[in-house]
Ligand binder design. Structure first.
Ligand SMILES: NC(=O)c1ccc[n+]([C@@H]2O[C@H](COP(=O)([O-])OP(=O)(O)OC[C@H]3O[C@@H](n4cnc5c(N)ncnc54)[C@H](OP(=O)(O)O)[C@@H]3O)[C@@H](O)[C@H]2O)c1
Length: 234
C-alpha cells in the first residue's frame, strides 16, 4: 500500500504518517513545507514541497508511484499578521486570498496531477482535511469569514472532483473530512472554550480518519465525514 500524506509536518498530518507507518504494511510518502520533521523510518520518504506552487506538485507527481491513498492535511486558519475575523468589518482581501491559496488550491492541483496515480482496479482514496465550519447549512454562528469561505470552496471543489471521477476513476473514493477541534498549532489560541472531552489529540483524529478510509469504498465517494463517522451536511 502506497500512501501520500501532504502536509505531513502538521499536527494531524504527522499523526497520519505515524499511523500508517505503524501498520507496517504501508510505504509512506509525506511532504513538509518548512522544517523536515525528525521522524525517520525505512518505509518513509519525506519531500520538501510547497503545495501552493503548481510546479512543486508537478515535480512530486513525477517522482511518486501509484497510490492507494492521498490525504491532504495542509491548512491555515491564522498567520502571523491576521486572526480569523470576528466581524466582516475586519475583512482583509489579502488574508482572504491567502486562505484560498492555502486551503483550496492545493487539493485541486493534487487532483489534477495525481489522478493517474489514484486510478486503480481496487479501491483508492483521495481525502482532504476540511472543517465543519465550511458547511453552509451548519453555519449558525457566522464569523471567521475567510477561513469559513475557503473551506466551503474546498468542499465544493472536492464534491465536483468526486462527480467527475465517478466514471473516470471508478474505484476512487473522494472524501472530505472534519477532524473536530484537534490540539495542534492551528487551533492553539482558540482552545479555551472547547467543551470538556472535545479537544482531540492528533493521534485520535488520525485513527478516526483511518477507520473511515478503511470502511469506505467508491460507492461512498463525494461524502463529507465527521471524525465520529457521521455524515455532515454541505
Ligand atoms: N486543528 C483543528 O482543530 C482543526 C479543526 C478543523 C479542521 N482542521 C484542518 O485540519 C488540517 C490540518 O490542520 P492541523 O491542525 O494539523 O494544522 P497545523 O498543525 O498547523 O498543520 C498545518 C500544515 O499545513 C502546512 N501548510 C501551512 N501553510 C502552508 C503553505 N502555504 N504551503 C504548504 N503547506 C502549508 C504546514 O506545513 P509546514 O508546517 O511544513 O509549514 C503543516 O503541515 C487543516 O486543513 C485544518 O484546516 C483543523
Amino acid at each position: 500500500m502506497n500512501v501520500l500524506v501532504v502536509g505531513g509536518s502538521g499536527g494531524i498530518g504527522l499523526a497520519l504518517v505515524e499511523h500508517y507507518l505503524a501498520t507496517n504494511t504501508a510505504n509512506v510518502f509525506a511532504t513538509y513545507r518548512t522544517n523536515k520533521p525528525a521522524l525517520n523510518h525505512p518505509k518513509l520518504v519525506w519531500y520538501k514541497v510547497n503545495v501552493t506552487v503548481e510546479s512543486d506538485i508537478e515535480e512530486l507527481a513525477k517522482l511518486l508511484p501509484k497510490l492507494s491513498l492521498l490525504v491532504n492535511a495542509v491548512g491555515m486558519l491564522h498567520d502571523g499578521e491576521h486572526n480569523p475575523e470576528k466581524s466582516v468589518k475586519e475583512f482583509d482581501s489579502n488574508f482572504f486570498n491567502k486562505n484560498i491559496v492555502i486551503n483550496v488550491t492545493p487539493s485541486l492541483l493534487l487532483a489534477s496531477y495525481f489522478a493517474e496515480h489514484l486510478k486503480s482496479k481496487t479501491t483508492s482514496h483521495f481525502v482532504t482535511v476540511s472543517a465543519k465550519i465550511g458547511s453552509i447549512e451548519d453555519n449558525r454562528l457566522g464569523g471567521w469569514v475567510s477561513y469559513r469561505s475557503s473551506k466551503a470552496a474546498l468542499n465544493m471543489a472536492m464534491k465536483t472532483i468526486s462527480i467527475e471521477w465517478r466514471f473516470k476513476l471508478a474505484n476512487t473514493c473522494v472524501l472530505v473530512f472534519h477532524p473536530g477541534t484537534t490540539d495542534t498549532e492551528l487551533s492553539k489560541r482558540f482552545q479555551r472554550n472547547v467543551p470538556e472531552g472535545k479537544l482531540f489529540t492528533a493521534e485520535y483524529v488520525a485513527d478516526c480518519l483511518s477507520r473511515i478510509i478503511r470502511d469506505t469504498s467508491a460507492s461512498d465517494t463525494g461524502k463529507f465525514y465527521s471524525y465520529d463517522g457521521s455524515i455532515l451536511p454541505w
